[in-house]
Design a protein around this ligand. Structure first.
Ligand code: HEC
Length: 290
């Protein structure tokens, strides 16, 4: 288990020996995380209240819907070198082309790929295996910026929208999924990098915050759900549509780790852990993020 965890980390960061060695236990640079406990969970600061008001107004005309509509077109269109549609070839775990409720039941194990896959990873797999796109081309710029939104972002947003108001139901009883969950749990606790941070340094206890951001405790059902809700999300900072995979990558950056490889095992494991912890709660669909 330990061996394969370190293996997974080496794969994602693509460094090998740096991580294979036992990391020197430097004292964590406390000053770098300006985390102070929130006074009480119920007391919201002015900025949070202001944001929530704004979000409530925005949700009547959620910008995510534009990306969903684009994703629907792309899901149904014959595309790629093989000129087939995802609708007629891609199985997200519910049967070919069946997308209702598929998003909330991932990550799951796919025997054709022999891997546990989150929604984004699975759609990329379909684009490569069924439509004939090259993985490296997709991975070159997998996330949106101010001037560009990749197809994969639209597709994930569309698929996520087809699970609106459904309960999160990651199949943790499947031994392969359970194993991925345990790996994700171990990765979340794995401390390394210049500050000796793990995910749990910032997300392992209740009531932590950095600057104005509340940091959800991903090990609790509620905390995990707040890390799931609203993704994929339209981020008002920059005005871009971003996916759960992006969120994971960006938190590796917060952690001063090298960026994980796109659509890698390690990201799927972390998502299995986090989304699995949110099982049973209702997903509201693609949302808006601060
Ligand atoms: C140095 C502290 C730090 C570390 C370490 C860190 N994060 Fe984060 N995380 C943040 C901050 C700050 C935000 C909020 C960022 C924002 O909204 O712009 C955040 C946001 C998130 C969110 C989104 C929460 C929401 O409301 O949607 C998730 C999920 C998440 N982190 C997961 C992780 C995972 C998994 C790891 C380990 C790979 C990790 N984080 C490591 C600081 C950290």
């Amino acid at each position: 288990m330990k061996q394969s965890l370190i293996g997974a980390l080496c794969v994602i960061v693509g460094v090998g020996s740096a991580f294979a060695q036992t990391p020197a236990k430097k004292p964590a640079t406390k000053a770098a995380v300006k985390a102070t406990p929130a006074p009480a969970a119920e007391v919201k600061d002015a900025a949070t209240l202001e944001f929530e008001k704004f979000r409530a107004e925005m949700e009547d005309s959620n910008p995510a819907e534009l990306f969903e509509a684009k994703g629907e077109e792309q899901w149904k269109a014959k595309r790629g070198p093989k000129n087939v549609s995802l609708a007629e070839t891609c199985d997200l775990g519910q049967g070919i082309g069946k997308i209702e409720g598929a998003y909330v039941k991932m990550p799951r194990y796919f025997s054709d790929a022999d891997a546990v896959m989150d929604a984004e990873r699975r759609i990329v797999w379909c684009m490569v295996e069924k439509q004939g796109y090259k993985f490296d081309d997709i991975a070159k710029q997998p996330f949106a910026n101010e001037t560009f939104t990749p197809d994969i972002t639209n597709l994930v947003t569309y698929v996520a929208g087809q699970s609106r108001k459904m309960k999160i139901d990651v199949p943790l009883k499947d031994p392969k999924v359970r194993e991925a969950y345990e790996m994700g749990k171990a990765i979340a606790a794995y401390r390394a990098g210049p500050y000796d941070f793990s995910c749990n340094t910032c997300h392992g206890v209740d009531g932590k915050r950095i600057r104005m951001q509340n940091l959800p405790n991903l090990s609790t059902p509620q905390g995990a759900m707040s890390g799931v809700q609203g993704w994929p999300g339209y981020r008002m900072t920059g005005g871009v549509m971003l996916t759960h995979q992006w969120r994971m990558g960006d938190c590796f950056r917060q952690q001063r780790f090298p960026q994980p490889k796109y659509a890698s095992d390690a990201v799927a494991y972390l998502l299995t852990y986090m989304i699995g912890n949110a099982n049973g709660q209702v997903y509201k669909g693609p949302g808006i993020k601060r």
